[in-house]
Ligand binder design. Structure first.
Ligand SMILES: [Zn+2]
Ligand SMILES: [Zn+2]
Length: 574
């Protein structure tokens, strides 16, 4: 698929235009095209071949011609010319979170800054403060941005890794040479960012390696041996595949899943027992006593098998030895998705599209939570629009009666003073209310959130800390206060599963369990093709030792209704 490559071109095109001070309408057209193409589930080449480009919203004839030119020749002449007008090292600066084309232009024109190294030196010398509109705060923000970018340095977001790994495992599982196959490493542990994507298999090694390097999405073969190969896939990420002897599959899986800390602790236990553990098996002297499966190994050590998500040496080894591992919420436990944007606000799919997809997932309910009126950038719904949307939901509920329930919801904006963007009368008519902050990300937002939690109609706080992985740290918050209030009032906190959020993150989930807070694991989908990300949220919750009983939407609709009713009762409203 060339979708990503094309989307990158249009994004850069928008950057250049913005850099050159072109008109905003023009810039937006490229920006929107980039986003649309990036989010497409279909292959743009296939759409083009079938003559369906004109069905894409916002892609006019001129853009269509450019897309066709790219698909035909691999480049767009106009873009190639445009690029030459701007030094390209300048664009590395745009990768810094919080630095936009306007800032880059200023840095370049006034200070001659062309690279991140230039920028760092200029910050140190205090040069930036001499620029118009640059105060200490702004410079601090840029410094933070550079740090964030360097910290993320080359790591892959979990959602991207899972997407790639799942695809490869699915494709190879069908192959007759493959007996067993699994992803390992931090992807298997569902860590929020991962280094490389590692896959293990057993079976006929030469055939498996051959099949692997010839997968349709492989762009480049870096290394190919008889038992191991390394490739780059079209997303630009590196994937390693190892073929293991069946007798050692379990020990290799255990070894390559990690974490390092978990394995070090495990090995010291082995030493005390007079055993030796390696990727080849568990040994007593020369004798191999376990290795085929992970369970065999842990059980030989007198332990239960900790789920991969727990293997960070934060108490799971002790718990496994004392047979008190948590009964984690399972990937199949989720009964519905409670945070979804339809095309009534800024989503790209219709409510009915979501219903159909939800039925495929086996869900019993979904909540449509479009944005509220003040969030203009996300096409927030006026009260009248909300009513019309609810009418559509009523009709769909009739149509799908007995199959699935569609809940009328909103993602109501928490305004700067902590009040909500709809009146209580409006909120009272809804089935499920999610409240969220979408502004003032750098201030302490504890009070704002507490105020929302204390509204009888707010059922969950969405993406509670506001962080975006590798781009924005969460706003300062007194999470303890918030968790106490959530538990007391009967308000859930969300584990937002959208791939660059994962908010609450794993450590915060664990904290929530401690405070007795109910969680909802939701996708924040803006397209039906985002709904698979539920898996990322469940993985994050599992890393936080979250059990099924802690997760509201791991239960049926009656539990959801009761949760909503109970809070209203507590506040003496209906
Ligand atoms: Zn939101
Ligand atoms: Zn949302």
């Amino acid at each position: 698929m060339k979708n990503k490559e094309l989307a990158d071109i249009f994004d850069r095109w928008a950057d250049i235009l913005e850099f050159m001070g072109d008109n905003p309408y023009h810039i937006r057209a490229y920006r929107n095209a980039a986003r649309l193409i990036r989010d497409l589930s279909e292959d743009i080449e296939v759409l083009a071949r079938e003559g369906k480009l004109s069905s894409l919203p916002g892609i006019g004839q001129r853009l269509q011609a450019k897309i066709l030119e790219f698909l035909r020749t691999g480049k767009i002449e106009e873009f190639e010319k445009l690029k030459q007008q701007v030094p390209d090292t300048v664009f590395t600066l745009l990768d810094i979170p919080g630095v936009g084309p306007k800032t880059v232009k200023l840095l370049y024109e006034r200070l001659g800054i062309r690279s991140i190294e230039d920028l760092k030196r200029a910050i140190e010398r205090g040069d930036l403060l001499k620029l118009p509109g640059f105060g200490l705060k702004k410079v601090e923000k840029i410094k933070k941005g550079i740090e964030l970018m360097e910290k993320a340095g080359g790591r892959i977001l979990l959602g991207v890794a899972v997407f790639i790994a799942d695809r490869i495992v699915e494709q190879l599982k069908e192959h007759s040479a493959v007996e067993r196959i699994s992803v390992c490493g931090s992807t298997r542990r569902m860590k929020e960012t991962v280094g490389d994507i590692d896959i293990l298999a057993t079976g006929k090694n030469l055939e498996i390696i051959e099949a692997f390097v010839n997968l349709p999405n492989v762009k480049e073969i870096l290394w190919k041996g008889t038992k191991k190969a390394t490739v780059i896939v079209e997303e630009g990420e590196q994937v390693d595949l190892r073929v293991i002897e069946p007798e050692s599959y379990g020990s290799a899986l255990q070894y390559f899943t990690g974490s390092k800390a978990h394995n070090i602790h495990l090995r010291t236990i082995c030493l005390k027992m007079g055993y030796k553990l390696s990727e080849y098996g568990l040994f007593r002297g020369e004798e191999k006593i376990a290795g085929r499966t992970e369970e065999e190994i842990y059980s030989a050590l007198g332990m239960d098998t900790p789920p991969p998500e727990l293997r960070e040496d934060t108490g799971e080894i002790e718990a496994a030895m004392e047979h008190r591992l948590p009964d984690l919420v399972g990937y199949g436990d989720i009964r519905g998705d409670l945070h979804i944007h339809s095309n009534w606000s800024d989503g790209a799919s219709t409510i009915e599209d979501y219903v159909k997809k939800a039925l495929e997932f086996g869900y019993k309910y979904i909540a449509i939570t479009d944005h509220s009126k003040s969030l203009k950038v996300a096409n927030g719904l006026s009260e009248e629009d909300l009513e019309r949307r609810n009418y559509e939901i009523d009709k769909l509920n009739e149509k799908y009666r007995g199959k699935i329930k569609i809940l009328k919801g909103t993602e109501v904006d928490i305004l700067p003073d902590g009040s909500l963007d709809y009146s209580d009368e409006i909120l009272a008519q809804l089935d499920f209310v999610v409240a969220a902050i979408h502004s003032r990300f750098s201030q302490d937002n504890t009070e704002r959130i507490l105020k929302a939690i204390n509204n009888p109609y707010v059922n969950a706080v969405a993406h509670p800390t506001g962080r975006v992985i590798g781009q924005r740290e969460g706003y300062p918050l007194d999470l303890e206060k918030i968790m106490k209030a959530a538990a007391e009032t009967g308000t859930a906190l969300e584990v937002n599963s959208y791939y660059n959020r994962l908010d609450l993150k794993d450590a915060h989930c664990r904290m929530a369990v401690k405070y007795g807070v109910k969680l909802v694991i939701s996708t924040d989908s803006h397209h039906v093709d985002h709904m698979w990300m539920m898996k990322l949220g469940v993985g994050t919750a599992r890393r936080g030792w979250v059990e099924k009983k802690d997760v509201l939407n791991a239960h049926g609709i009656r539990t959801i209704r009761k949760f909503v009713r109970d809070k209203r009762k507590k506040f003496g409203v209906s």
